[in-house]
Design a protein around this ligand. Structure first.
Ligand code: GLN
Length: 299
């Protein structure tokens, strides 16, 4: 046994703390447990437990934490120390500046996925145009809802294999004011829809089976495996989507697909076997390949 013991993790929350002291306590508990972003996580957990926001935490730092707040915060802290992501604990996650409710059947939206939204918007010359959108594997609905919030005359379908995800996405569309222009269906890829679309988006499952076990505990234990598992080589979903795209895309239509950082070449190779061509590869904020833009070769 090593004589260097790790610092003990302060799991319990003492009574009689001020808001400021509670924030410090949670932050050091998360730090000691090796959680990635202890400062931000502590702020979000404490603000939620105390029924305030970041600004409230700043101006009311001297206030005493009451018993109900202490109980809520103690539960939040225990869950985070068990590696449950903050978004799951709070039940909502922000994407494109909009709030999205999560359910056990949905992936937690990631900032990287905003690359898909940006890549699509950058190629739409007229945001007032009445476009038809399709989001395959919609999860929380984040991609479709974000785009509809920017394209006031457009409408779209979100499809998910999980009925629970489709219901969550529907609630998110309503909550974000685009419910009248979005319909959510349950089905395998495009099987539930007919017709052609100006813009098809997807953030499909793209993790190779063998890599699933290597993901962070927050991901393995809390994101649904259906949303992650891309089959033996991680490309199974892309094969299905590329096979469907030629009949889904309207003339001049565009597809934007999220990819893993090392999958751009594979997507180019796969699309080479179809009527589609990779027009661009877009990078995320960390500078890694994150999305491919596809069009029909003859478009
Ligand atoms: N479209 C959803 C998202 O981007 C869900 C994606 C998924 O489940 N793979 O978060």
């Amino acid at each position: 046994m090593s004589d260097r013991q790790p610092a003990p993790v302060p799991r319990d929350l003492p009574a009689g703390l001020s808001w400021e002291a509670a924030l410090r306590h949670v932050r050091s508990a998360l730090e000691a447990a090796g959680i990635d972003d202890p400062v931000l996580d502590a702020r979000l957990l404490v603000a939620d437990a105390l029924g305030t926001d970041a600004a409230g935490l700043l101006v009311r730092g001297e206030d005493a934490v009451d018993e109900a707040g202490r109980a809520r915060l103690a539960t939040h802290l225990r869950r985070r120390l068990a590696r449950e992501p903050v978004g799951r604990i709070l039940g909502t996650r922000e994407f494109w500046g909009l709030p999205f409710r999560l359910s056990p059947a949905t992936l937690e939206p990631r900032p990287d996925t905003e690359t898909v939204v940006e890549a699509a918007l950058a190629r739409i010359p007229d945001r007032q145009a009445p476009l038809r959108l399709l989001d395959l594997g919609t999860g929380t609905g984040c991609i479709l809802v974000a785009l509809l919030s920017e394209l006031p005359c457009s409408a779209g379908f979100g499809i998910d294999l999980s009925p629970e995800a489709a219901a969550t996405a529907r609630a998110n569309a309503r909550r974000n004011g685009v419910g009248e222009r979005a319909a959510f269906l349950c089905g395998c890829w495009d099987a539930a829809v007919r017709g052609s679309f100006d813009l098809v988006m997807s953030n499909p499952p793209y993790i190779a089976e063998a890599d699933l076990g290597r993901l962070a505990p927050e991901v393995v234990a809390y994101d649904p495996v259906l949303a992650l598992d891309g089959g033996g080589d991680g490309l199974a979903a892309y094969r299905a989507i590329l096979a469907a795209l030629p009949r889904l895309l309207a003339p001049g239509g565009l597809a934007v697909l999220e990819i893993g950082w090392d999958q751009a070449d594979a997507l180019k190779a796969l699309s080479g076997e179809t009527e589609l061509v990779v027009e661009a590869v877009e990078r995320d904020l960390a500078g890694r390949d994150r999305a491919v833009v596809l069009r029909r070769r003859d478009a």
